[in-house]
Design a protein around this ligand. Structure first.
Ligand SMILES: Cc1cc2nc3c(=O)[nH]c(=O)nc-3n(C[C@H](O)[C@H](O)[C@H](O)COP(=O)(O)O)c2cc1C
Length: 129
């Protein structure tokens, strides 16, 4: 958001401030035109592979395998993005799923090797025609 990047704490349904400053441009693919630059919110999906391979309850053995891990986090990201598209549509908002600046965000957020930036999603007001 314009004031900074927040971590979504799903358990408590709240946003925790992580970095201040307007870094929305980093949530767009490197070298890509900054379409939707005025949109108030850009979501960034980051997988925490460590959490994935240490889930509680049933442990799918494949969750230790990087290729199977990929299938889980890409499907998860698609499920989340689909929900965001549906919620945005229900509120009359526009949304756009896209790449993001992985190296820029990794540095700015000081991510560990097992935390990987995946994709971005912009949510904003539809362009009036
Ligand atoms: C994994 C993935 C990454 C994408 N990355 C981009 C991207 O970086 N830039 C882009 O313009 N569209 C990207 N798209 C496509 C957009 O999400 C969208 O489908 C496209 O912009 C057409 O949207 P529209 O039908 O609303 O015009 C990506 C789609 C997927 C599934």
């Amino acid at each position: 958001m314009p004031e900074g990047i927040y971590l979504y704490d799903a358990f408590h349904h709240r946003l925790l401030p992580i970095v201040t400053g307007d870094l929305r441009a980093l949530a767009i693919g490197q070298g890509q035109p900054n379409v939707g630059a005025k949109a108030p919110v850009r979501l960034i999906c980051i997988v925490d592979v460590n959490k994935l391979s240490n889930t509680s309850g049933y442990q799918e053995p494949g969750l230790q395998d990087p290729e199977i891990q990929k299938s889980y986090y890409y499907v998860d990201t698609g499920l989340i993005a689909g929900n965001v598209y549906l919620f945005a549509a229900s509120q009359g908002l526009a949304s756009w799923f896209h790449n993001c600046n992985k190296s820029g965000l990794t540095a700015k957020l000081n991510l560990r090797a097992d935390q990987r930036v995946l994709f971005g999603q912009t949510v904003g007001y539809p362009v009036k025609k």
